[in-house]
Design a protein around this ligand. Structure first.
Ligand code: DAH
Length: 339
């Protein structure tokens, strides 16, 4: 018996020592201490041991079991510690590695220019309003003094949804929408997208942007218009900028003018940028036509006003010296990130 227990113990300790995984360790446990294990079998044989020998043999069996159990436990702890160490080594994080940067976008030159224009007019007490891009023919043409057969309709050919509804050709219809609300005085700008059936080239696109301006109050004169736009041009292009008002015709203003600014590149001497002119055209404007006021239920004897329309792309192209409008629509981030 004693010899048998010694054998069991020796073999178990050997197998434990050579086990290279927790699973193998468990195999040893089952083979020795399990229900059908070797030591368990010895224990079951205790009934055949004579009563006077039982305490001694019992103690030997217990010692053997304790020795094997503690060998199992020690080896298990060592294995677990080793596994943890291995895992920690493998999962180490190098905090000195550069992080993955998420690419930030860049404001579009149109957006930068628009925000600049808005800043200037908000500073003069203007409100920024918006109108629909899909617009009634009435607002886009009729209420702006452009009746059905007016030649101005030819210049502003557009996309028709049906006979009464068009993609707006200008932001001027927002003037009418605001005037119709009847809240006076008015001091607003209305930026937005407009459409024309134009072929794409360096200076044209079937879709572009304008910023409309409208002021209606008592005693508004052409002097107010001039002063306002002069201030606007100076803020936008620099304090030395001069403005020139050239008589022009728009159906919804009378008198009307186009405004040129001195070339901010050459200061008016004439250069490649202004095509030798010294002046660059930036917008159309005028005193709101009395008939336009009447159509929107404003009494022209009591109220007068001025309006203007600026091409946003034109401002962006000038300000950032971009020579082809198409670049503004390609959205190549290598181009956009320069502004
Ligand atoms: N809507 C005009 C256009 O697209 C521009 C314009 C001219 C707007 C004169 C105005 C204005 O408000 O008074 O050509």
């Amino acid at each position: 018996m004693q010899e048998k227990l010694r054998q069991i113990r020796e073999r178990a300790v050997q197998e434990i020592a050579s086990a290279d995984s927790l699973a193998k360790l468990n195999d040893v446990r089952v083979a020795v201490l399990g229900k059908k294990g070797e030591l368990t079998a010895v224990l079951k044989g205790m009934k055949d041991v004579s009563p006077e020998d039982r305490p001694r043999v019992g103690q030997m069996v217990n010692e053997t079991r304790e020795a094997i159990e503690s060998a199992l436990e020690d080896t298990k702890k060592k294995m677990e510690a080793l596994a943890l160490e291995h895992k920690l080594k493998k999962e180490v994080i190098d905090v000195t590695l550069p992080s993955k940067r998420s690419e930030a976008g860049h404001a579009h030159p149109n957006t930068i220019a628009l925000e600049e224009v808005e800043r200037i007019f908000i500073g003069m007490g203007y409100e920024v309003v918006e109108g629909p891009e899909v617009e009634y023919d009435y607002y886009n043409f009729e209420a702006l003094n452009i009746p059905a057969n007016h030649p101005a309709k030819d210049e502003q050919d557009t996309f028709y949804i049906n006979n009464d509804i068009v993609l707006r050709t200008q932001t001027s219809p927002v003037q009418v929408r605001v005037m119709e609300q009847g809240k006076l005085p008015i001091r607003m700008i209305a930026p937005g997208r407009v459409f024309r059936s134009d072929e794409v080239d360096a200076t044209h696109s079937p879709s572009f942007h304008q910023i409309e301006g409208l002021v209606i109050d008592k005693n508004i004169t052409f002097a107010d218009l001039k002063g306002t736009l002069q201030e606007f041009a100076k803020e936008l292009f620099g304090a030395d900028t001069k403005v020139k008002f050239r008589p022009h015709h728009f159906p919804f203003t009378e008198p009307s003018a186009e405004v040129d600014v001195t070339c901010f590149k050459c200061g008016g001497k004439g250069c490649r940028f202004c095509k030798g002119e010294g002046w660059i055209e930036i917008l159309g404007c005028g005193m709101v036509h009395p008939h336009v006021l009447e159509m929107s239920h404003i009494d022209p004897k009591e109220y007068t006003g001025f309006a203007f329309g600026v091409g946003l792309e034109r401002i962006a192209l000038l300000k950032y010296e971009i020579d082809d409008m198409r670049l503004l629509y390609e959205n190549d981030s290598r181009f956009l990130s320069q502004f």
